[in-house]
Design a binder for this molecule. Structure first.
Ligand code: FAD
Ligand code: MLT
Ligand code: ZN
Length: 461
C-alpha cells in the first residue's frame, strides 16, 4: 500500500467509521463484479457513508489524493458502470449508497415523497402504498435496484408507456458534487423554474457528475385492480400494431411486453412451469391493465376486438395467475444470465422499424457469431428491444458491434434505458452528433474537472 493510499484510508475511516470502510477482498467482492459478471475491477476500498455530509467528506478525501470514485447503488446496472474498471489508470474507491435509506413521510397534499438514494424501489413502493399511492417506474430488479441508481441511469422499465422514465418522476434532488459541495433542492413544488433543472441533468448521468444522496419523487394514484393477458401473435409487426392501437382504445393499459419462443422455452427450462399455449407462436405480447375497478372485462373486450390477429390468449386476474404470466417475461433476464455471461444490448427503434429490426438483428447475430444463442424481448410501446446473446467470450465485442451498427443504421438508439456505462463508450459518438458530445463533455469538465467521478463511463477516459 502506498503512503497516499494509507492516508486516504485514514481519512475515509474518520469520515464514515472503520466498520464502513471495507478493504478485505472477501468483503469487497460483491461490490467489484457487476450483475452480469461481464465487468470486474479491484477497489482500494468500499466506503459506505450514511449521510450527505459523510458522502461529501468521502469525496473530498478522494479528491485530495486523486482517487477515482465509483458510485454504486444496488449493483443491478447492466452496462458495467457500477463496478471498478479492470484497466484503471488510478486507484478506485466504490462509494456504496446502501446506508442512505431514509424514507420520509409521504406528502399527501403534493403527492410526493423524499427518499434516500439507497432505498430500493421495493422499499419505496411498500412505503407509499398505505398512503394510496404508487410509483410510476417499475422494473424486475425492484428488490435490489436503488432509487439513486434508477435516477442515475434514468431507468425505464415496464410502465414507461403510461408514466415515462425515472427523469419524469423527479421533482428535486440532493447530490454531492466532485468538489465535495452539496446541491440540495427538495422543494415539494412541481413548478420551479429557477434556472437550470439540476435533477434533469443528473438523471441519466450514470455517476459521472455527482453522487445522488436524496431524491424528491412524484407519486401516482394507486391502481390496485389488475389483470394480465398473454397473447400469441403472428409476429413483431402484429405486436407493434396491436399495442399501438391499445394505447388509445384501452385506457387502463399499463404495460405491453414483447418476447419470443426461444426466450419462453428458456425461461420454462430454467425456472420450471408450463407452456402457456399448446403450440409455438411467432411472437408473444404480455399486456397488463390497472385500474381502481376490476379491468378484466375491459381487457377481455379489447382482446376480442383485436380479432384474428390474436392466435391464442390466456388471461389472469388473480395474483398467482398474474405472477405466473409476468414470470414468463421478467424471468428472461435471470434465465439468460444462468446460461453464461451474456452480451446484453438495449436498443430502441422508431416503432415503424421495430419489426424489420427484429428480423435483421437475428441475421446479424448469426453472421457475427454463428453458434450463439440469441434472445429478444422488450417493452414494445417504447420501441425498446433487449438482446441477450450467449456464446461469444465476454471480451469478444464482435456481436455487440454488429447489433449496435445495425441499430444506428436503422435510425435507433444504442441505449434505450440501461445507459452507456463502460459497455458502449466507443459507440457514443456514432449515435450522438459531434456537437451533442462536445456539449456533454463541457458539462462533465465544468462539474468534475479532475475526472474523479466514474471515469471511463459514458466517455472513454
Ligand atoms: P447500480 O447498478 O449500482 O449503478 C448503476 C449506475 O448508476 C452506475 O453508473 C453507478 O455509478 C450509478 N449510480 C448508482 N447509484 C448512484 C447514486 N446514488 N448517485 C450517482 N450515481 C449512481 N433497467 C431498466 O431501465 N428497466 C428495466 O426494466 C430493468 N430491469 C432489470 C431487471 C433485472 C433482473 C436486472 C438485474 C436489471 C434491470 N435493469 C433495468 C437494470 C438496473 O436495474 C437499472 O439500471 C437500475 O436503475 C440500476 O439501479 P442500481 O441501484 O442497481 O444502480
Ligand atoms: C428487462 O426489461 O427485463 C430489463 O431491462 C433487463 C434486461 O435487459 O434483461
Ligand atoms: Zn427493460
Amino acid at each position: 500500500m502506498t503512503p497516499d493510499s494509507a492516508t486516504l484510508l485514514d481519512s475515509l475511516r474518520s469520515a464514515v467509521g472503520s466498520d464502513h470502510v471495507l478493504t478485505d477482498a472477501d468483503l469487497r467482492a460483491s461490490y467489484e463484479t457487476d450483475w452480469s459478471r461481464r465487468w470486474h475491477g479491484e477497489a482500494l476500498a468500499v466506503v459506505r457513508p450514511a449521510s450527505a455530509d459523510e458522502v461529501a467528506a468521502v469525496v473530498r478525501a478522494c479528491a485530495a489524493t486523486g482517487v477515482a470514485i465509483i458510485p454504486q447503488g444496488g449493483n443491478t446496472g447492466l452496462v458495467g458502470g457500477s463496478v471498478p474498471r479492470t484497466h484503471a489508470t488510478r486507484p478506485q474507491v466504490v462509494v456504496s449508497t446502501l446506508r442512505l435509506r431514509e424514507l420520509e413521510p409521504v406528502d399527501l397534499l403534493a403527492g410526493e415523497v423524499t427518499v434516500g438514494a439507497g432505498a430500493t424501489l421495493g422499499m419505496l413502493q411498500a412505503h407509499v402504498r398505505p398512503a394510496g399511492f404508487g410509483f410510476g417506474v417499475d422494473l424486475g430488479a425492484r428488490d435490489s435496484a436503488t432509487v439513486g441508481g434508477m435516477v442515475a441511469t434514468n431507468a425505464g422499465g415496464i410502465h414507461v408507456l403510461r408514466y415515462g422514465p425515472m427523469r419524469m418522476q423527479l421533482v428535486g434532488i440532493e447530490a454531492v458534487l466532485a468538489d465535495g459541495s452539496i446541491v440540495r433542492r427538495l422543494p415539494g413544488m412541481l413548478k420551479d423554474n429557477t434556472g437550470y433543472h439540476l435533477p434533469s441533468l443528473l438523471a441519466g448521468s450514470e455517476g459521472t457528475l455527482a453522487i445522488i444522496t436524496r431524491v424528491r419523487l412524484r407519486l401516482v394514484p394507486l391502481l390496485p385492480r389488475r389483470a394480465v393477458a398473454l397473447l400469441a401473435l403472428d409476429g413483431t409487426a402484429a405486436a407493434v400494431t396491436l399495442a399501438g392501437a391499445l394505447r388509445s382504445s384501452l385506457p387502463s393499459l399499463a404495460a405491453a411486453e414483447l418476447f419470443f419462443d426461444e426466450g419462453l422455452a428458456l425461461v420454462l427450462r430454467r425456472g420450471g412451469g408450463e407452456r402457456p399455449f399448446r403450440e409455438e407462436h411467432p411472437a408473444y405480447l404480455l399486456l397488463e391493465v390497472e385500474s381502481r375497478v376490476d379491468p378484466t372485462d375491459e381487457l377481455a373486450a379489447a382482446i376480442d376486438a383485436a380479432g384474428e390477429v390474436v392466435r391464442d390468449a390466456v388471461l389472469a386476474s388473480d395474483g398467482p395467475g398474474r405472477e405466473r404470466l409476468w414470470h414468463l417475461r421478467e424471468g428472461h433476464t435471470e434465465a439468460i444470465n444462468a446460461e453464461g455471461v451474456p452480451h446484453k444490448l438495449d436498443v430502441a427503434l422508431p416503432l415503424g422499424r421495430l419489426a424489420g429490426f427484429v428480423d435483421r438483428v437475428r441475421a446479424a447475430v448469426k453472421e457475427a457469431a454463428p453458434s450463439a444463442a440469441c434472445y429478444l424481448y422488450g417493452h414494445v410501446c417504447d420501441g425498446n428491444l433487449h438482446i441477450g446473446v450467449i456464446g461469444p467470450p465476454a471480451e469478444d465485442e464482435g456481436v455487440d458491434a454488429a447489433i449496435l451498427r445495425l441499430t444506428i443504421e436503422m435510425g435507433g438508439t444504442i441505449s434505450a434505458e440501461h445507459g452507456i456505462g463502460v459497455a458502449k463508450v466507443d459507440w457514443l459518438e456514432a449515435d450522438r452528433s459531434g456537437a451533442d458530445v462536445a456539449a456533454m463533455r463541457a458539462i462533465k469538465r465544468a462539474l468534475d474537472p479532475a475526472g474523479l467521478l466514474n471515469p471511463g463511463v459514458i466517455f472513454r477516459e
